[in-house]
Design a protein around this ligand. Sequence first.
Ligand code: P61
Length: 472
Amino acid sequence: MTHDTPKTMGQQFGRRSWAEPWKIKMVERLRMTTREERQRALSEAGFNTFLLRSDDVYIDLLTDSGTNAMSDEQWAGMMLGDEAYAGSRNFYHLEEALRKYYGYKYVVPTHQGRGAEHLISQVAIKAGQYVPGNMYFTTTRLHQELAGGIFVDVIVDHAHDPDSLHPFKGNIDVGKLEALIKRESAAQIAYVSLAGTVNMAGGQPVSMANVKELRALCDKHAIKLYLDATRMVENAFFIQEREEGYAKKPIADILKEFCGYTDGAWMSAKKDNLVNIGGWLAVNDWTLFEELRNLVVVYEGLHTYGGLAGRDMEAMAIGIAESVEDAHIRSRIGQVRYLGELLTDWGIPIVQPVGGHAIFLNAKAFYPQLKQIEFPAQTLAAELYLDSGIRSMERGIASAGRDAKTGDHYYPKLELTRLTIPRRVYTQAHMDVVAESVKAIFDMRGTTRGLKMIYEPKYLRFFQARFERLGA
Ligand code: P61
């Protein structure tokens, strides 16, 4: 970036336009720790940021999942919980909000996203069928595999290149999908699994043109198209910003149009929907809904609460309406970009363009001296915590796990450390602290040693794995 390049989104639009459309009414105090305390905490956690106690963390960028700040109206909604076992009025509020903003006909609440993934995978996948998708997500792929499915990545190649500036790096490569259908036959495809935005690719969006094309292809072959809508509101922002014909359309309209091309969706409401817990599954087909509604009572709870309290559903219904406001989403993504622009300015390698929910540090470029099996992204997360008490998340070889058949590690092209920004929680000064800390560890990157995994759980190993420093 040159000296004259506008830095903030506000400057790009001629004014500072991403400032928050809210003010702070209540605060949660944070504990500042010493380097010695952090050293102790990190070694007790086996160099895994998932195993740190949150009391030992200063700025928590582990995830944007369930870490949102709710509004006063959502908190007021929590007092209106109808905790009836069956037919809670809050369920009907949720159903109404989902029909209005996402447009699906039938709704099954679940305790969180993976509860919904479990149900749709069990119902829609027959053992041995393929599930093509735009890059894997850990829990999504695991549920598809547990149901007997075989996940196939059909995302565009740009998604695997951290430096590609393609505006829609989340798109499915329709050619790859067609080739799979041709090779295996349409009957062998359980459904197309489309996520907007794509988490593991760096929060990268899918274009409206792409979903339209997918709809046409799926119709041609009578294949279902299901959406992971977890960060679909953020995806709508990128369509508004980058796709011709959408600049003047409200976010709410873009969201509904996009969902309209799909047969149903699952959701981790802990992200876009601005709550601390919750999820849902929504479909347009009555027969499928009947099956899902039946299965939810086995694993989650009755079909009008799905593992949630009435108050949680009320907060979600209100959060859904708040989440589609243009000013909200502009400031949410504006804050993520502010951090991204500082880091880019300082020459720090990050996934470009900056996505919706996080900055992804390119750990391979950060630590070129480390082999992938020395866990560069896990190392980076550990160094950042040691420097300043900032907690981030590994999204590289540890997260990718092993091939179920061969038992070998997957070696993903992207070896990333995610700085995930919770919604409506941290200030611009916090973002400055984060940028400065990343810069500090970048400046001493040459002397950093990697890690060795010394404990590896069977499922989703990154959550509980333990590491130690190499050559220690
Ligand atoms: C996250 F380290 N995401 O990004 P649940 N789909 C998508 C998600 O991002 C997602 C779920 C489904 C998390 C939490 C998390 O490997 C991990 O409500 C696109 O978390 O069950 C969750 O939704 C699942 C962190 C999940 C992880 C899995 O931080």
